[in-house]
Write a protein that binds this ligand. Structure first.
Ligand code: S3P
Length: 443
């Protein structure tokens, strides 16, 4: 397989771009569409591999879906209406969100469904999902390490549950929220703060949900078995995908970028707060509410001085997918940055805390990684001269994209393997880079 080679920094640019639709919201829109009554129209759905796995998985469960030019039409037949053949196997590919949320929709019935995924997804923890879901009444067979393949044995005898989510994982919270839809009575979730797209979608659909927002936790009440109608939706741009272009622009010379129509849900903008504390000066403009979610344009300019940060742990969940690119920014900061309590980062598509630290070391940056806390000894004068090889990284899309940005702003010669990795979340990544002046070469 070919490798991407980057040996020149990107030239200065002044551009306006839009990024692909948000991964989290896309997958939720498809899953909820499958449970509605009627035909849903979803616009700006990205043709990322995670979304395609979601569409194909739902089709295998008997849901009619058409998908052309980023417009999706999905015909729902109501709650619990999947048509499931015996011995069906669903392949979730690389998508933790699809795999974990789907299980929530599969608890009720008489079926058995097997769920598989790629090498990266198979090593991830599914006990965090099977444990709460079996309290509803369904049962699970997992592999020995608590990962995939997993088999869910549904039951008709579902009861609502009380669940305490303590990791700050939106996937765990959302899986239980979807299971609550098919359960009689009230499910009560006490969840550590995390992205709240499922809550906002339930509200948009006028489902019976009540949320009491506390300082660190939310208490969510959901009344189940309420059928709902099909809906229209427009997926906003993905702020996590935007983050690569934000840091590219901050670290480039004399450049400016506008990113249009990005989701700026307050539970997702931790990375903008962190980067602005580091001197990034990212501006959020033209903010408005669309289908229950905040959408805005981001304005970014190159910055000469980056400050180090002692990153408050309260931002961890709100910036969980952006830490790799934040670490790259910290490598150019004046002083030592500290990121604490980031054990969850090692449970992503790759062990990101460890691999992120290793990449910085390859770049010549000192790091100390101890007890899930990473210290980065920034160097504002960093100029890489040597060759950096990025391989064996579980094809983690965010490692790929972070490395490309590193190659385009820090110098040196970067050889990056698994050149299709970015397609799981952000299929337009390379095209947008081309638009702002990067001529990729492969060997
Ligand atoms: C997601 C939640 C986060 C995030 C993932 C998408 C979601 O995972 O890392 O990319 O869509 O709910 P956790 O819930 O495991 O933190």
């Amino acid at each position: 397989m070919k490798k991407l080679v980057i040996s020149n920094k990107i030239n200065n640019y002044n551009k306006t771009i839009s990024v692909d639709g948000d991964k989290s919201i896309s997958i939720r829109s498809l899953l909820l569409g499958s449970q509605s009554y009627g035909i849903c129209k979803i616009k700006n759905l990205p043709n990322s591999e995670d979304v395609l796995h979601t569409i194909n998985g739902l089709r295998k469960l008997g849901v009619k879906i058409t998908f052309n030019n980023n417009i999706c039409s999905i015909t729902g037949n109501g709650l619990g209406s999947f048509k499931i053949n015996n011995k069906v196997t669903i392949d979730a590919g690389n998508s933790g969100t699809f795999a974990r949320l789907l299980l929530g929709l599969l608890i009720k019935g008489t079926h058995k469904v097997k769920l598989i995924g790629d090498k990266s997804l198979s090593r991830r923890d599914f006990l965090r999902i099977s444990e709460p879901l079996q309290k509803f009444g369904s049962s699970f067979n997992l592999n020995k390490k608590g990962g995939l393949p997993i088999e869910i044995h549904a039951t008709e005898l579902i009861k609502p549950i009380q669940y305490k989510e303590t990791r700050g994982s939106a996937q765990c919270k959302s899986s239980v929220m979807l299971a609550a839809l098919n359960s009689p009575g009230n499910t009560i979730i006490e969840a550590k703060k995390s992205r709240d797209h499922t809550e906002l979608f339930f509200k948009y659909l006028k489902l019976p949900i009540k949320i009491k927002r506390k300082k660190d936790f939310d208490i969510i009440h959901i009344k189940g078995e309420k059928q709902f109608r099909s809906f229209k939706y427009q997926i906003p741009g993905d702020i996590s995908s935007s983050s690569f272009f934000v840091v590219l622009t901050i670290l480039s010379k004399k450049s400016e970028l506008k990113i249009k129509n990005v989701n700026v849900n307050p539970s997702r903008i931790g990375f903008i707060k962190i980067i602005n504390k580091m001197g990034g000066k990212v501006r959020i403009k033209n903010k408005r509410k669309v289908y229950g979610e905040y959408v805005a344009d981001l304005h970014i300019k190159s910055q000469k001085k980056i400050k180090s940060i002692n990153c408050p742990v309260k931002f961890n969940s709100n910036a969980i997918d952006e830490f790799l690119i934040i670490f790259l920014l910290a490598s150019k900061a004046k002083g030592v940055s500290k990121f604490s309590n980031l054990g969850e980062l090692n449970k992503k598509e790759s062990p990101r805390l460890k691999l992120g630290s290793n990449i910085l070391n390859m770049m010549g940056i000192k790091t100390v990684l101890k007890d899930n806390t990473l210290k980065i000894y920034g160097n504002p004068n960093l100029k890489i001269k040597k060759e950096i090889k990025i391989k064996n990284y579980y094809k983690d899309h965010r490692i790929f994209m972070t490395s490309v940005i590193g190659g385009l702003v820090l110098g040196g010669k970067w050889t990056i393997h698994d050149v299709n990795s970015y397609k799981s979340s952000f299929p337009s990544f390379m095209n947008i880079l081309r638009k702002i002046g990067f001529n990729a070469s492969y060997k």
